[in-house]
Design a protein around this ligand. Structure first.
Ligand code: PEP
Ligand code: MG
Length: 584
């Protein structure tokens, strides 16, 4: 007899909510293919099928080569060139033909031949051979995808409401689930503020990450529970556990209805201190949702998603079309469009951003650094943003600024773009506000100088915590060190707010910390002007703001800023809420 037994797995809460559903196991695409006997009369056709896949793969590589060559020149294009050379290797073809002639299917023949080549590299030391091994695997995957006639990820085949379980989901994968029937997801790797987690929040999909080995513990079709509030997953749930979570799920729905009532109320404390709660969005489709949740503007539009899941670089008109849709929908409220923050954990399929070789991508060619390296790509985005600035209240924001020189460098490009537009008689808002994200410790150190040269700043706590505490935001092994209440972080935030105010500009926060109700009292008390949060957090933050006084928050912030230990700080915060009967 089957005895049901709960298996609880602890992970990292990445996106709130409860989900109960069947497992959709997203397996890694690897070289695992079944051997099939091909009858003699079909072997010629099998060989032709292999040749066709090779030709299709060659034309894909040629397109990639040309694209990289156009944008970056030959030095980079050789990445695709290596792939074409492997594809054209006469021994590879000869050996595959031989196996097909012996009666095995093309997939298996290719797998056998590649496996032999890869194994021959295994005993040779040196990064050159390691890289070649990866190249050969890449080429193999492409040919196999074409043999299967399959394009893109297995996610495309998801047609039943499911919970996705994977070793990892990239931000691009996560964006591609938009509109699909996903109840939740759980992954082996990842951290609370990984971009995958952030996108899940934007999509309001409960998610738990950093579970280490969940993808090898579950089977497709099994029932599973995701608790995105606690960061817990239950495998093999007993009927009692299922009932418990079904009740929790119902409670969640009734809470949502309750929070909806706050939609048209202002965000002000009991002693009438007003703040603004804006939304963070990743995609143009999210505007109706955030308006419905009561957002009074967009404090962060992460434009890099425009670059995901495609193999060409978006042109100015594509940028314009996407932004104008968002600006028109959010108008008359303001929108802060952040220039693209690619790199780090946000890589794309485009040859241009083939940054897999960076050993420290978060410290590498990311964000504004990438914009400065490839100004032509940056310029098309800037032109589009300036063009949409006449359609509403548009602000421009640069990410990952590390110092004043960078602000000046990007602004010099912006000035040049403005001059060009003027010459072309293209209208734009000459007074468009330009701000920067403060998310690198060096920018905090020189915030007094930066604040004098910009119209606003927005604190990117996701990265600020990562870079200040030296804790990779997507590494589950060090997630326990990722501490927003670390005294260093609180002091930095206070410094940014104070220096911003001294310079007469507004200070916003758009990192995930702004959307955590537990921290609202402290950051409000430190004087933050604007909170920009993921859509699901707009109402909860408003509720907390409306239930406390600014005077109390200020006193509390002053107190915790003197504490030297985050545990004591959290204790103080708990006490603050407890004595006021607030459930944060
Ligand atoms: C941040 O770093 O806090 C931020 C908002 O930017 P992103 O999460 O896109 O890096
Ligand atoms: Mg950031």
């Amino acid at each position: 007899m089957f005895v049901d037994r709960d298996i609880f797995l602890e992970g990292i809460a990445a996106s709130p909510g409860i989900a109960i559903g069947k497992v959709f196991l997203l397996e890694e695409e690897d070289f695992c293919f079944i051997r099939k006997e091909i009858p003699k009369s079909f072997r010629e056709a099998e060989r032709k099928r292999f040749d066709d896949a090779i030709e299709k793969t060659r034309s894909e590589f040629t397109v990639t080569y040309n694209k990289i060559n156009d944008v970056l020149g030959e030095n980079y294009a050789h990445i695709a060139d290596v792939h074409i050379l492997i594809l054209d290797d006469p021994t590879l073809k000869k050996d595959v033909y031989k196996l097909i002639a012996d009666g095995v299917n093309a997939e298996y023949a290719l797998f056998k031949v590649l496996d032999k080549i890869i194994r021959s590299f295994e005993n040779i030391n040196g990064s050159f051979f390691k890289e070649r091994k990866v190249d050969i695997q890449d080429v193999g995957k492409k040919i196999l995808a074409n043999l299967f006639g399959k394009k893109g990820k297995k996610l495309a085949r998801l047609d039943e409401e499911s919970i996705i379980i994977a070793n990892n989901l990239t931000p691009a994968d996560t964006v591609s689930v938009r509109g699909k029937k996903i109840a939740g997801f759980a992954t082996d790797i990842g951290g609370k503020t990984s971009h995958t987690a952030i996108i899940a929040q934007g999509l309001a999909i409960p998610a738990v990450v950093g579970l280490k080995n969940i993808s090898s513990l579950v089977k497709a079709g099994e029932t599973i529970i995701i608790d995105g509030d606690k960061g817990e997953v239950v495998l093999n749930p007993s009927s009692k556990t299922l009932l418990h979570y079904k009740n929790k799920y119902d409670l969640q729905l009734s809470r949502t209805v309750e929070l909806e009532k706050l939609k048209n109320l202002t965000s002000e404390t009991t002693d009438n201190h007003k703040i603004f709660i804006f939304a963070n969005i990743d995609h143009s489709d999210e505007v109706p949702l955030i308006l419905n949740k009561g957002a009074v503007g967009i404090g962060l539009y992460r434009t890099e998603t425009i670059y995901f899941n495609r193999d060409s670089i978006p042109n100015e008109q594509e940028h314009f079309d996407t932004y104008s849709k968002v600006v028109q929908q959010i108008s008359p409220y303001a929108i802060t469009i952040r220039t693209f923050d690619l790199g780090g954990d946000k890589l794309t399929k485009m040859g241009l951003l083939n940054l897999g070789f960076e050993s420290n991508p978060f410290l590498g060619l990311r964000s504004t650094r990438l914009c400065l390296k490839y100004p032509e790509i940056f310029i098309s985005q800037l032109r589009a943003i300036l063009r949409v600035s006449v359609l509403g209240k548009v602000k421009l924001m640069y990410p990952m600024i590390s110092g004043l020189a960078e602000v000046r460098a990007v602004n010099a490009i912006l000035d040049k773009v403005k001059e060009d537009l003027k010459k072309e008689n293209i209208k734009f808002d000459e007074n468009m506000e330009v701000g920067v994200m403060i998310e690198v410790p060096s920018a905090v150190a020189v915030i007094d100088s930066i604040a004098k040269e910009v119209d606003f700043v927005s604190i990117g706590t996701n990265d600020l915590i990562q870079y200040t505490l030296a804790v990779d935001r997507i590494n589950e092994n060090v997630a326990y060190l990722y501490d927003p209440m670390h005294p260093a972080i609180l002091r930095f935030i206070k410094r940014i707010i104070d220096e911003g105010h001294k310079a007469g500009i507004k200070v916003a926060m758009c990192g995930e910390m702004a959307g955590e109700t537990k921290y609202t009292s402290v950051i409000l008390g430190m004087g933050l002007d604007e909170f920009s949060v993921s859509p699901s957090q707009i109402a909860p933050i408003k509720k907390i703001v409306r239930s406390m006084s600014f005077v109390d928050c200020k006193a509390m912030a002053e107190k915790v800023l003197k504490l030297e230990d985050s545990k004591l700080i959290l204790k103080e915060i708990d006490l603050f809420y407890e004595t006021r009967g607030i459930n944060a």
